[in-house]
Design a protein around this ligand. Structure first.
Ligand SMILES: Nc1ncnc2c1ncn2[C@@H]1O[C@H](COP(=O)(O)OP(=O)(O)OP(=O)(O)O)[C@@H](O)[C@H]1O
Ligand SMILES: [Mg+2]
Length: 356
């Protein structure tokens, strides 16, 4: 954050300045004035950094809020903001937080991951990457699932880079993170309600507009609520090739999570009907994980099959297998190619997959 951060902010953030300036550190987590953790190389480390007092920390957090035109005080005890340089900040003040002001800063990485980087970091195999290219080229609808900070958005960014340059892509996000390189990209961002709770624009509202703006593809940053139902309906009415991310701990859980989110829309829809919608809307689940050694990988690619007896069925196309833990702590293993996708023959006809 530091190069673009206003000087007064840097002043307030002096105790953590060295972490803000260190590009190897991806997150800074402050749990009250005397407890600061950092994430380096995918792993959390405690530090000896400390703020002078709780009021000093709270003032720093309030100033971050102020710098982006927001308020953090007793009446507005939570802040979710993006700083001008792209860093994301979430803060909560006492008494909601029990240990003093709590702040999480996700630093903006100037360098976004591309397909080559995923290979270089061992996050996917060349075959896995070829599979994902095929999935996107064939206009399959993709959900990227995974835990917090597992690399979902980064993978979505890579998937979106496989979209052909002549397609019209509509991007909807809560906070702009994706960086699509194509020519014909139209991006939208939601808006938080003002201090009186007015004027908020949600992903649901943006989907309403997007569907009327002739999209070839919808790319939605993250599904976390009722917008899931709008997305499912859009996908089932012919917006093939759309993609999004969702928080889930396993590929199958991703589908259940979509159901739960769709139910949050408040629209009454029988579970059986909803499940049928999910199964027909989502073609492929790409599951990401942060492994115990700190590495982030695409640990599974699964195809969503038709319901069987009202239950979801997944066909595993690719999966990471951990073999052993090396002396240096790194996990060794391999990406295994599993079943062929049901669309393999068609992909070969189109020249999108090499012959058998
Ligand atoms: N394959 C990868 N290898 C190494 N680092 C990665 C990889 N993917 C993502 N990262 C880094 O991990 C952090 C989190 O990535 P990202 O924002 O994509 O995760 P996320 O799952 O979308 O997080 P959130 O749950 O907050 O939405 C970023 O700093 C990103 O640069
Ligand atoms: Mg994300």
């Amino acid at each position: 954050m530091s190069p673009a951060a206003p000087t007064f902010l840097v002043l307030f953030l002096e105790p953590i300045r060295r972490y803000l300036e260190d590009d190897d550190i991806s997150e800074i987590l402050i749990n009250g004035p005397a407890s600061v953790y950092i994430e380096r190389g995918g792993k959390l480390h405690a530090t000896d950094a400390a703020f002078a007092s709780e009021p000093a920390l709270r003032a720093a957090a309030a100033n971050i809020a102020k710098s982006v035109g927001r308020t953090l005080d007793d009446a507005h005890p939570q802040l979710d903001a993006r700083l001008p340089d792209g860093s994301r900040v979430h803060a909560v003040v006492p008494p909601l937080s029990r240990c003093g002001t709590v702040v999480a800063i996700r630093k903006f990485k100037r360098e976004t991951l591309d397909a080559d980087k995923l290979l270089e970091y061992g996050s996917i195999s060349p075959d896995g990457l070829a599979l994902l290219r095929t999935v996107v080229a064939m206009h399959k609808n993709v959900m990227v699932s995974g835990g917090t900070s597992s690399g979902k958005t980064s993978v979505l960014n890579v998937l979106s880079s496989f979209i052909a340059p002549d397609e019209r892509v509509l991007v909807l996000e809560d906070a702009s993170e994706l960086q699509l390189q194509q020519e014909h990209v139209v991006s939208f961002e939601t808006r938080k309600p003002d201090a009186h709770g007015k004027g908020g624009i949600t992903i649901r509202d943006l989907i309403f507009s997007a569907l009327r703006l002739r999209p070839d593809r919808l790319v939605i940053g993250e599904i976390r609520g009722g917008e899931a139902l709008d997305l499912l309906q859009a996908l089932n009415t012919g917006h093939a090739g759309s993609m999004s991310t969702i928080h889930a701990n396993a590929p199958l859980e991703c589908l259940f999570r979509l159901e739960t989110c769709a139910l949050l829309s408040g629209i009454d829809i029988p579970l059986a009907a909803l499940r049928a919608q999910v199964a027909s809307a989502v073609d492929v689940v790409v599951h990401t994980a942060r492994l115990p050694d700190g590495s982030r990988k695409i640990v599974a690619v699964s195809e969503v099959m038709p319901l069987e007896g009202g239950n979801y069925r997944l066909r595993e196309l690719m999966a990471w297998r951990t073999d052993r833990r090396a002396d240096d702590g790194r996990l060794e293993g391999a990406f295994e190619t599993k079943d062929e996708p049901t669309f393999a023959a068609q992909a070969r006809q189109l020249g999108l997959l090499p012959g058998p």
